[in-house]
Design a protein around this ligand. Sequence first.
Ligand SMILES: Cc1cc2nc3c(=O)[nH]c(=O)nc-3n(C[C@H](O)[C@H](O)[C@H](O)COP(=O)(O)OP(=O)(O)OC[C@H]3O[C@@H](n4cnc5c(N)ncnc54)[C@H](O)[C@@H]3O)c2cc1C
Length: 479
Amino acid sequence: MIAPANGFTRRHFLCTAALGAVSGAQLAWSADEKPALSPEGKHFNEPSLKLPIKNDADVIVCGAGPAGIAAAITAARAGARTRLFEVHGCLGGVWTAGLLTYIFDFDKPGLTRELVKKLDERDARRNRNPSRFTYEPEAMKLLIEEMCLEAGVKIQLHTRVAAAYRQGQRLTTIITESKSGREAWAAPVFIDATGDGDLGAQAGCAWETGQAKDCPCQPMTMNALTVVKDAKALGKFISFNGTDEFTGPGGHLTCVEAFKGELQRAGVGTSYGHPTIFHVRDNLVMLMLNHEYGIMAYDSAKISEATLRSRAEIHRVVKALRSLGGGWESLQVATTAEQIGVRDGRRIRGRYTVTKEDLIQGTKHPDAVCRATFGVDIHAESREKNTTETISHGGFKAKPYDIPLRALIAKDIDGLMMAGRCISGDFTAHASYRVTGNAVAMGEAAGVVAAMAAKSGRLPQAVEWREGAEQLAKLGQRI
Ligand SMILES: Cc1cc2nc3c(=O)[nH]c(=O)nc-3n(C[C@H](O)[C@H](O)[C@H](O)COP(=O)(O)OP(=O)(O)OC[C@H]3O[C@@H](n4cnc5c(N)ncnc54)[C@H](O)[C@@H]3O)c2cc1C
């Protein structure tokens, strides 16, 4: 046996493996175990594991943001045994773990309409414009958990999709990691709804991110829920028109400018050039005021630094505003987001790529699963740009355009679909279709097609959208 370097002995390694075996019964190394450290001590050869395969799902959805929950609910309603894996402790992605509170491009048929109705039944929606509104993140959390359970989705939280394996071109198995250790799951069809395209990348698909692989890309932002003494007293600083009596007059930018004046009076700056307050309900408001630049969605160390920096910025700004007294007197951070908001992740190559040209032309497709109407929002990719152009709209006016089913089906790998911000598109198109109304519509489409493919033994690309749309109509999801 070759002695490992760095004082990391074989005995130490076996000891660690034995400890691992306590928390996850499958963590027993195979008999032909190789030395763990390479002779020069530069690499660690992770021993292979023999994992039992769990094969109890027709459709596996990875990631439970707006796209993932829509995909899982729809697949389950269409009769597929459906599993949903989520790394956080709640469903909803940016809606909940990210504390978004504001929804765009939601005026669509199907699940979007159902969600609106159910949020209203719970009095959890404000600023009720048909396509954009604020909602309460806790109410959303509970609602989508109930909808998933009612549809029969098997939910596994606190579970990260960590690896993917293929037979030839066909994705057959994913590996998850959680407190239960590493687990292997097989299914005929998988949906990547991780936002960042983790599954597509693990499976070996080609992908792009930002404007280029190492950024420039859109900045990240951490949101925070805060409590004020009287939202009405701060009305002129609170953005988003709607009909809500608390929102300021003159529209979003007037409120932003007024709020910036208050920040100046408090002697504090923000890293986001359009600091915004959204009214959630009563004395609860959401603050969006930071930008973290040049962070790639798959760089954990940098994301961690950005998370700590942005949380500190939120507390610093809130403390400074509180010192102004008056309407700001009792301002308190109720909670900062568990997950910093990621705008740009991987875009997995599909059988069609939605492009800037599609937005300029307003391209329509016979296999359209969603009509996107939101314009282009490109947040500054650097601190310098933030001072001159915080948000660019791409230099053109986007026309309503279609997202075809083909953009939701992986090109390189069979048995894999995408939904949400990781579908196939270019940088500019992504800056428009990524908003959550489109994510839900894409999730619905991926869910129904995945279910039909799995149940009929076909690949997703062999299911015609007409069939998917008919099935959605039967489910009452296309009205
Ligand atoms: C700061 C910010 C502001 C925005 N403002 C708006 C707005 O006002 N209105 C609007 O509609 N949209 C807005 N957007 C855009 C929109 O929120 C996103 O594009 C949207 O989240 C897309 O939904 P999704 O389901 O694709 O991704 P996400 O919401 O990111 O969901 C992905 C889910 O997958 C999980 N996940 C990731 N990797 C793994 C893994 N390996 N294993 C298991 N689970 C995993 C994540 O935890 C998450 O729950 C904003 C985005 C940001 C970041």
